[in-house]
Design a protein around this ligand. Structure first.
Ligand code: ZN
Length: 316
């Protein structure tokens, strides 16, 4: 099996173990915080506490979904991984453009330069700076995945350029593209755009469709291509209950797509117990949601598939 790039180096995919595929565990206080105060996760000891608790309940790996230039904390991710023993797969790529100030380099850097930047982060090391000026200070920890965001502008000229850079970086490095899907968009258009550029669907992970897209027929259209869906509206009761979440999983499993489903929590400061004592915490799937899946009659082997087998298959 192929190795997967984590912040501490390559890891054989069969060693990844239990993996939540879209998390946030370190975020510096910057523009993201201005947009949403829950997007600041900058207390090292609290983030470490969350990771250690995750590890103690069987969490082995997670994908950190914050890209370059957007309050990512690259070298802190390396330290947190080393100290907690949790493998962290970090992101290069781009987020929704509202998460960057108006004069940020992400708005004007040509696709070719972005492509080279993403590839350097995947093959050499992530940049520690870049929230303001174009990044220049690289560290030794490498990104392992390409984060992208499909916003309500869908494929506007600028987003086309950003997605083209991500697609070409994914093809050149044979890495996975993670896609934030926003409510009110049609992700099938993006699937077509990326596959026309040459990206294989099995290298794509569409995130948040459990809250962004109510039409299960759209989920099935994406799954039919071979792409993966990552669900994380778990323990997020302002959207729906865990029972409703399980009903979405169940419908797609009954259609035979259990080999392409992934899950996570998409944490923010307000959803991490070390920061907010009443919050669910990074261990919520292990301690609460998996037991709910079992009680609802989902077989253990399917839970193992979603949490261990599918992440390894996607990433390798
Ligand atoms: Zn996220």
């Amino acid at each position: 099996m192929r190795e997967v790039m984590t912040v501490t180096g390559p890891v054989p995919s069969q060693e990844l173990g239990f993996c939540q595929c879209h998390e946030h565990i370190a975020l510096s206080k910057g523009w993201s915080y201005k947009v949403n105060p829950a997007l600041c996760i900058d207390d090292r000891s609290k983030s470490l506490e969350e990771l250690r608790r995750y590890r103690s309940f069987g969490g082995n790996t997670l994908i950190e979904a914050q890209p370059c230039g957007c309050n990512r904390m690259a070298s802190e991710l390396l330290e947190l991984s080393e100290e907690s023993g949790v493998y962290i797969i970090a992101s290069t790529g781009f987020h929704k453009l509202l998460f960057y100030p108006g004069d940020h380099w992400i708005h004007r850097t040509p696709a070719q330069e972005l492509l080279e930047l993403f590839v350097r982060e995947l093959e050499e090391g992530m940049y520690e700076d870049g929230d303001l000026a174009f990044p220049s200070r690289q560290c030794c920890a490498r990104a392992g995945i390409i984060k992208t965001a499909y916003d309500t502008e869908e494929l506007s000229p600028r987003y086309q350029e950003l997605f083209r850079a991500a697609a070409l970086a994914a093809i050149r490095t044979d890495r996975v593209i993670m896609i934030h899907v926003e409510q009110g968009t049609d992700p099938r258009r993006l699937l077509d755009y990326l596959t026309n550029l040459g990206v294989r669907p099995r290298r794509l992970m569409f995130c948040h469709m459990d809250r962004a897209c109510r039409d299960i027929a759209v989920h099935k259209d994406i799954l039919r291509s071979g792409a993966y869906l990552e669900f994380d509206t778990i323990g997020r009761f302002k959207y729906h209950s865990d029972e409703q979440e399980i009903a979405i999983f169940r419908e797609l499993m009954e259609a035979g797509y259990q080999g392409q489903l992934l899950y996570s929590l998409d944490t923010t400061r307000e959803r991490l117990r070390a920061y907010q004592p009443s919050a669910v915490g990074l261990d919520y799937i292990l301690t609460t949601f998996n037991p709910l899946l079992r009680d609802s009659g989902i077989p253990e082997e399917i839970i193992q598939m979603i949490s261990v087998v599918n992440p390894a298959k996607l990433l390798c």
